[in-house]
Ligand binder design. Structure first.
Ligand code: BES
Ligand code: ZN
Ligand code: ZN
Length: 462
């Protein structure tokens, strides 16, 4: 899709935003948010996107309306449309950005495995108050989101740990990114035994991937973003049942968000320093699978009893964050992981859970969530939750001592906390938000959502 800026709308198909108040002049259209209406006359097609009450309108309402508008244009098989940006009098912060994001994110569809490709709108003419550099920035960020979506949606047999490493290596074409990959032999040699164990039964061996982006040599400050990259989660010996296993190619969505964000950094070249780290493994069942009940020594030295091979994300992250902490010494560390089904029960597919040992970091991330539309809600990490992860046979256990399923998202986070040291850290559980099993809603498409790229770029670039 090509975007161009224009002073006035010249296309015969136009996407227009209308509040409930302004819709009064249009017959049989109320302008409710969520409502989209098409009107034709001899020369033109108007796609009206309802914003609801003016007083309640915010950037999220506009983003979502705009996404519905562009999908309507696709349905009508238009090649070019004009997007009329919301007028100044609406007074919504970031309304222009949200409208353009809606178009770029809402027009996404994953058709790699379809014989018949869906219609694509080729050009969108944007009319309103937006500068060319701002437009470029929005396009780059949405490009990162759609890239992350493609990675999640593609077959697990294609997106292997080595493939994730190749994707990272492609970023090193940018002079500001240095990529290091530890293969399975190195992981074993260096004692990343938990990460190794999770990946050991697969014909696609595990990898640790490190991408160092240095955009500000004058600053010593560095943020690490860490992603869970389970390229398929069968559950291992604690095999997942039918009904739960089919979507488990999504389990590398944290890694996809990190790759998408690093890609955005490599293109925008902001003056920040960020280390992207991915622990990548295929949690397979097979003759070489790791055994539930066994105790492993982690990279940090702490020993862990494996109570379930399906709680593999925290094992992989334990070694990944400990390795990052020891060897790269970031000033703060944010991990993104499709860690628990429990977060879906708590927050559904709309909001991700955040867990942190640092109020300021949690606060800043919360604000970035509100601003980007990728929203977060914080959970507590009280001592009792951390105590529930202490082992009898070993230092730690990978399932809590609580009743099955109780506080599973919090105890999962409490486990990772044991490997963080004293660095300000936040864990974001994206098991609910990373994947949409239903139909598209607003800017969120069916299947992989790319959750995390907009949130992280908002946080890192602010
Ligand atoms: N990858 C899953 C979590 C998940 C579930 C992601 C549903 C997306 C949708 C994770 O590895 C897992 O299996 N978690 C278990 C943890 C439990 C054994 C403590 C879970 O949530 O059931
Ligand atoms: Zn699992
Ligand atoms: Zn998993």
């Amino acid at each position: 899709m090509k975007l161009k800026l224009s002073r006035s709308a010249t296309s015969t198909t136009q996407i227009q935003f209308i509040t409930k108040e302004d819709a009064k002049g249009i017959t049989d259209f109320c302008g409710e948010s969520g409502e989209t209406e098409v009107r034709y006359d001899k020369k033109s097609t108007m796609i009206y996107c309802g914003l609801g009450e003016k007083a309640l309108c915010n950037a999220q309402v506009i983003r979502s309306a705009s996404a519905r508008g562009i999908r309507k244009a696709i349905e009508l098989k238009r090649d070019g449309v004009s997007l009329v940006l919301p007028s100044q009098k609406l007074r919504v912060e970031g309304s222009e950005k949200a409208a353009v994001e809606g178009v770029l994110l809402g027009s996404y569809s994953f058709s790699k495995y379809k014989s018949e490709k869906p219609h694509a709108v080729k050009t969108v003419e944007i009319t309103g108050d937006l500068s060319s550099p701002d437009l470029k920035k929005i396009e780059t960020i949405c490009g990162g989101v759609n890239y992350a979506r493609d990675l999640v949606n593609s077959n697990a047999s294609e997106i292997t740990p080595e493939k994730l490493a190749q994707e990272a290596s492609a970023l090193s074409l940018s002079k500001r990114i240095k990529v290091t990959v530890l293969n399975e032999k190195k992981l074993k040699q260096q004692g990343l035994n938990l990460l190794y164990a999770v990946g050991q039964a697969s014909p696609y061996p595990p990898r640790l991937i490190i991408m160092e982006y240095s955009g500000n040599p004058k600053s010593k400050q560095r943020t690490a973003i860490v992603g869970k990259g389970i390229t398929f989660d069968s559950g291992g010996q604690n095999l997942k049942p039918t009904g739960h296993i089919e979507t488990m190619r999504l389990d590398m969505a944290g890694a996809a968000a990190v790759l998408g964000t690093m890609k955005v950094l490599s293109e925008l070249k902001p003056a920040v320093n960020v280390t992207g780290v991915i622990g990548a493994a295929h949690n397979a069942i097979g003759e070489n699978s790791f055994f539930p009940g066994d105790v492993y020594k982690s990279y940090s030295g702490k020993t862990v009893e494996i109570n379930s091979s399906d709680a593999e994300g925290r094992l992989l992250l334990a070694d990944t964050v400990a390795y990052c902490h020891k060897n790269y010494k970031p000033d703060r560390l944010i991990d993104l992981a499709t860690l628990t089904g429990g977060i879906l029960l708590a927050l559904g597919e709309l909001v991700a859970g955040v867990f942190s040992n640092d109020d300021e970091l949690a606060d800043e991330l919360f604000k970035s969530g509100e601003k980007s539309g990728e929203r977060l809600w914080r959970f507590p990490l009280y001592k009792e939750y951390c105590d529930a992860m202490k082992g009898d046979l070993s230092d730690l256990r990978n399932l809590s001592k609580f009743k099955k399923g109780y506080a599973s998202s919090i105890t999962g986070a409490a486990f990772i906390k044991e490997f963080i040291g004293d660095v300000p850290w936040a864990h974001i559980d994206i098991a609910g938000t990373a994947f949409n099993e239903g139909q598209a809603r607003g800017e969120i498409p069916q299947y992989g959502t790319g959750f995390g790229v907009r949130l992280l770029t908002e946080y890192l670039l602010k």
